[in-house]
Ligand binder design. Structure first.
Ligand SMILES: Nc1ncnc2c1ncn2[C@@H]1O[C@H](COP(=O)(O)OP(=O)(O)O)[C@@H](O)[C@H]1O
Ligand SMILES: [Mg+2]
Length: 274
C-alpha cells in the first residue's frame, strides 16, 4: 500500500494525491476504541482490562488519581507503549497495534504533552508554518512559497488559538498560557482527527484557564479531543462526558455530576485531594 493512499486526507493540500475517501472511517462506530487492554510493567498492571470508546467529535475528560494509568493510556493510543493484550482501533479501519508512532501521528492523532515545546527563537507565525512543513504530506511545499491555502490555514489557526495579533511576536516571549495555545495550534495545523491533551492548564492563570476552556470546547465537533486533567474546577468547566480511571481500569463514566456523586469515585479520588 502506498504512503499516499494510506495517509493523505482529501482535505489536506494536494487534491491529486488524495484518495476519494477519508482514511478514518467512522461511519460504523467511534473514532477510538480500546477493548480489554492490559499493560504490565514488571508484573504490575498499569492498565488492566481497559475499555474506552471515544465518539467522533467528542470532547472527553479523563480524570483519576496519580498512577491511575492516564499517561500510559495515551502512550498506548499513540504507539509509544505496546499493550500485552487487547485491541486498539482508530475508526473501523485502522488497527493501531499494527502501526508505529509516526504512522499513528500521520493518521491524524495529535498529542500535546504537558510542557510546551515551541521554537522560542521563531515567531508565532513561523512556528505554525514550520509545523506544517514538518508534516511529511506537505513536504514538497518546503521548496515552494506558501500557497494561499496554507496561508488561510495559518490565519484560521491563529484565530482559533487567539494569537492573531501576536503572529509576529517571538514565541520565546509569550506567556506560559500563550505558548500552550501555540503548541495546540501547531498540532491543529495538521488537521488532526483526534487530539490528546495532557494537563493543559497546569501552571496557567485563571484567565488563561478560561481561554483554554473556550479553545478546547470550540475544537470539539471539528475533531475529537481527549483531555487528561487534574484541575477539577477546569474539568467541571469543560466537561461533557467524564471517564474516571483507577488502577488501570474505568471506575466510572458519565457527566461530571454523575461521577462526582459516585461513592467509589469519592472514595478513591475526589475525597483524596482538590
Ligand atoms: N515505563 C514504566 N515502567 C514501570 N512502571 C511504569 C511505567 N510507566 C508507568 N508506570 C507505572 O504505571 C502506573 C500508571 O502510571 P501513569 O500512566 O503514569 O499514571 P497517571 O498518568 O494516571 O498518573 C504507575 O504506577 C506508574 O508508576
Ligand atoms: Mg500522568
Amino acid at each position: 500500500m502506498s504512503i499516499m493512499t494510506e495517509f493523505t486526507r482529501r482535505d489536506r493540500v494536494f487534491e491529486f494525491l488524495a484518495p476519494t475517501q477519508s482514511p478514518v472511517d467512522v461511519r460504523h462506530g467511534p473514532i477510538l476504541y480500546l477493548e480489554d487492554v492490559t499493560v504490565s510493567f514488571d508484573g504490575f498492571k498499569a492498565i488492566n482490562n481497559l475499555n474506552l470508546t471515544i465518539d467522533d467529535g467528542e470532547l472527553r475528560c479523563i480524570i483519576g488519581p496519580n498512577g491511575a494509568g492516564k499517561t500510559t493510556m495515551m502512550d498506548i493510543i499513540t504507539g509509544k507503549t505496546r499493550p500485552d493484550t487487547g485491541s486498539v482501533w482508530f475508526g473501523s479501519r485502522h488497527n493501531l497495534l499494527n502501526m508505529n508512532e509516526p504512522e499513528i501521528a500521520t493518521l491524524g492523532i495529535g498529542r500535546k504533552f504537558q510542557k510546551p515545546t515551541v521554537f522560542e527563537a521563531l515567531t508565532v507565525f513561523e512556528n505554525l508554518e514550520l509545523s506544517m512543513a514538518a508534516d511529511k504530506r506537505v513536504f514538497p511545499t518546503l521548496t515552494a512559497a506558501l500557497t494561499g491555502e496554507h496561508q488561510d490555514r495559518i490565519d484560521e489557526v491563529l484565530d482559533i488559538i487567539g494569537l492573531s495579533d501576536l503572529r509576529e511576536r517571538l514565541a520565546g516571549i509569550l506567556s506560559h498560557g500563550q505558548k500552550q495555545w501555540l503548541e495546540i495550534g501547531m498540532l491543529l495545523m495538521q488537521k488532526p482527527r483526534l487530539l490528546l491533551v495532557d494537563e493543559p492548564v497546569a501552571g496557567m492563570t485563571e484567565q488563561e484557564m478560561e481561554r483554554t476552556a473556550e479553545l478546547l470546547t470550540g475544537l470539539a465537533g471539528k475533531q475529537s479531543v481527549v483531555v487528561v486533567e487534574h484541575d477539577m474546577g477546569f474539568v467541571r468547566s469543560i466537561a461533557r462526558k467524564v471517564t474516571v480511571l483507577h488502577q488501570g481500569s474505568v471506575l466510572a463514566e458519565g457527566s461530571m455530576d454523575q461521577v462526582s456523586a459516585d461513592p467509589d469515585v469519592v472514595k478513591v479520588y475526589l475525597g483524596e485531594d482538590d
